[in-house]
Design a protein around this ligand. Structure first.
Ligand SMILES: [Zn+2]
Length: 431
């Protein structure tokens, strides 16, 4: 196993980021520690050459950028994009349900989650609440129960003899989580009161009077782990796509500031990206417009920029090898994967892929290729959406993984280092 420090940092980042809100906050705090200045979208901006800035939208998407001595219109940005969200179970607005004496919460599936692995896990709850304080002011803050407060037990095989062949999951019926068994003194149990108590306990300084609304999701309490006889793998929730957020962040901070650089981490990729803070929305474009207010300067900046969209790829699984095209089966720990699709489900083209191949060759990073089988549908990511929204040259890459969209995914411990080296080379690249 290589890259011990980087992998330990990644594990810590994922643990501290159970939701996109927490991920954006972690990224923000790391950037602030590195001297970045936080800009509010509602304030006037005064940007300076040599400056390092960050902007957060919806508490869940973040853009960080550095301005080199040369004007962005003259040299453009080296941009890396990733997404802060992962498929999961969201708590419904009025979730409480008493069933057979068990207090349960109704959940809504967020994104294309693989549902089977959510059973028999020690689950906790985290996310954002919107509140009113005792001075009648409104605000948002993050909460995290941290303890395993919920579980979805499987139905025993004795009650479903065909479970291994035929079991399917009805999300409405089979996914409500169990919070507790109702006792006599729990008769007045109210989820909203629980939230209020928890929010006050976690944030005594905010003087919270009422929780007005919430966006909460369930997550697995099991911490990420290095696994395999030789620790070849990282097993963790949310590797898609917190791995790319973290490696992109590290590469941004570890590279020189000779060129203008930008990192964008968007929420809502797993549900199509069409939102105020998603990659199919106006967030990044608005930031670029404020950096280059003159239309011609903006156009020149965009046309000299490059975007690498980093999102995990499917490694070829030894037990399901026929799911890949024979010549395009990326292996874990053999380097980042260039993702290509003739129908533009990925934004890579020969120009952007050519640049990345060149940079990887220069820095000794092995590289792999993925194209989906011709008889299967292809996934997509923020690359094509950002490319079509902004008009920037884009490349889609990612580290190969197994079990994408499971509650516990698997990546290679060497690939994090390869990805970091490749993205750092990109940020440092002097055209
Ligand atoms: Zn993803």
């Amino acid at each position: 196993m290589k890259n011990t420090l980087l992998n330990q940092q990644l594990i810590k980042f994922i643990q501290q980021s159970p939701t996109p809100f927490h991920a954006a906050l972690e990224i923000r705090n790391t950037l602030l520690d590195a001297g970045f200045v936080a800009l509010a979208e509602s304030d006037p901006w005064k940007l300076e050459a040599g400056g390092r800035y960050l902007v957060v939208r919806n508490d869940s998407s973040i853009v960080a950028f550095t301005l080199a001595a040369t004007a962005p219109a003259d040299t453009g940005f080296r941009m890396v994009g990733a997404h802060t969200d992962s498929p999961c179970l969201h708590v419904k607005p009025q979730p409480q349900n008493l069933n057979q004496g068990y207090q349960q919460l109704g959940v809504e599936v967020y994104g294309g989650a693989l549902l089977n692995p959510w059973f028999d896990r020690d689950l906790s709850i985290a996310g954002r609440i919107s509140y009113r304080n005792t001075a009648q002011q409104l605000g948002n803050t993050l909460i995290d129960f941290t303890d395993p407060v919920a579980i979805i037990p499987s139905l025993a095989i004795h009650l479903d003899r065909d479970a291994n062949k035929l079991r399917s999951i009805n999300p409405q019926q089979h996914l409500p989580v169990i919070l507790m068994q109702q006792q006599d003194d729990d008769i007045d149990f109210d989820f909203n009161v629980l939230l209020l108590d928890h929010a006050r306990q976690q944030h005594p300084d905010l003087d919270i009077e009422a929780v007005l609304d919430f966006e909460l999701s369930l997550y697995d309490c099991q911490p990420p782990a290095l696994v395999g006889l030789k620790q070849d793998f990282i097993a963790s929730a949310r590797l898609d796509n917190l791995l790319s957020c973290f490696i992109g962040l590290r590469a941004l901070l570890d590279s020189a500031d000779a060129r203008s650089k930008l990192l964008v981490c968007n929420d809502h990729e797993e549900v199509g990206s069409a939102s105020a803070c998603g990659a199919d929305g106006p967030f990044l474009k608005s930031v670029l417009q404020r950096i280059c207010p003159e239309p011609e300067a903006l156009a020149r900046c965009i046309h000299q920029s490059w975007l690498i969209s980093a999102d995990n790829a499917h490694g070829i699984h030894p037990n399901y090898a026929d799911k890949h095209d024979t010549n395009h089966g990326p292996l874990l720990n053999k380097g980042p994967v260039i993702k290509t699709n003739a129908n533009q489900r990925y934004a890579s083209n020969s120009e952007t892929a050519g640049l990345f191949r060149h940079l990887c060759q220069q820095s000794g990073v092995p590289l792999q290729s993925f194209v989906v089988r011709s008889d299967m549908a292809c996934g997509s990511t923020i690359g094509p959406l950002t490319a079509s929204t902004i008009g920037v040259r884009t490349l889609d890459i990612g580290v190969p993984t197994f079990a994408m969209h499971s509650i516990r995914e698997l990546a290679g411990t060497r690939d994090t280092g390869y990805m970091h080296r490749a993205l750092k080379e990109f940020f440092d690249w002097q055209a």
